[in-house]
Design a protein around this ligand. Structure first.
Ligand code: NAP
Length: 248
């Protein structure tokens, strides 16, 4: 197992779902983890307490990462508390699914702001400090929907495809300072985000996924922890699909 001892990590949206799993996995491997949330204060505290109880270190920070002031405060609090930031996982995300004819412009805006703008804002705040230290790992959680497109998700697919472009552009910018920027593209994973998908869709999914199952939170967390590790030092600008073969 790759070790992350003495690394300081921020995971946006880690009160629940995939973000919580990533935070727990990074902590298990020795990183100190900043647990960010928007509304779920109790859930975020529970994640931090569990990490501490297991012998790790964690801090919770409320911030709406789609807002510039909040995103900057999240990264500043991390650096003020621990002196540096080594790993940033841009995970916070939402959906507002509908066919384009039924989708309001506000549903487009909120998804772009929460998923894409937040990734840009947090990355901008973090890479400044990373470049100074000549070390950093930025990992952006995109989606199979951003790779393949998904009907009913013009807003979400656009935000996730945007994250892939952002990942590659930023990877080129910061590579000379030993900062890597990669993306993880999960397929379907059961969380609050996907629990509302229609039954006829979820039951048919296993037929089109080559590995014939949904992904687990651990599948995504393990891939993210690898990209955060020293073993991944020569990988940048990469989009790692964790989707059971769905997008190939
Ligand atoms: P989830 O269970 O709904 O959790 C979303 C997390 O994001 C929560 O911790 C939430 O915080 C946080 N969040 C939402 N808006 C935020 C904001 N403005 N500022 C800060 N935090 C915010 O979702 P999930 O399924 O774990 O998804 C996590 C990521 O994986 C997302 O980027 C999603 O697009 C991506 N993904 C998921 C799947 C899947 O099948 N589940 C597949 C591909 C990609 P609160 O608890 O405070 O609301």
């Amino acid at each position: 197992m790759t070790q992350l001892n003495e690394r300081i990590a921020v995971v946006t949206g880690s009160s629940r779902g995939i973000g919580r799993g990533i935070a727990q996995e990074l902590a298990k491997r020795g990183a100190t983890v900043v647990i960010n949330y928007q509304r779920s204060a109790e859930a975020a505290e529970a994640v931090a307490q569990q990490i501490t109880a297991d012998g790790g270190a964690a801090l919770t920070v409320q911030a709406d990462v789609s807002l510039e002031e909040d995103a900057n405060r999240l990264i500043k609090t991390t650096i003020d508390t621990y002196g540096k930031i080594d790993i940033l996982v841009n995970n916070a995300g939402v959906t507002r699914d509908n066919v384009i004819m039924m989708m309001g412009a506000d549903d487009f805006d909120v998804v772009i702001q929460t998923n894409l703008r937040s990734t840009w804002l947090c990355s901008k705040a973090a890479v400044r400090a990373m470049m100074r230290k000549r070390y950093g790992r930025v990992i952006n959680i995109t989606s199979v929907s951003g790779v393949m497109g998904n009907a009913g998700q013009t807003n979400y697919s656009a935000s996730k495809a945007g994250i892939i472009g952002l990942t590659k552009a930023l990877a080129r910018e910061v590579a000379p300072r030993n900062v890597t920027v990669n993306a993880v593209a999960p397929g379907f994973v059961l969380t609050d985000l996907t629990s509302g998908l229609p039954e006829e869709m979820t039951s048919q999914l296993n037929d089109v996924i080559p590995l014939a199952r949904w992904g687990t939170i651990e599948d995504v967390a393990n891939a993210t922890a690898f990209l955060a590790s020293d073993e991944a030092a020569y990988i940048t600008g990469h989009v790692l699909s964790v989707d059971g073969g769905l997008a190939m």
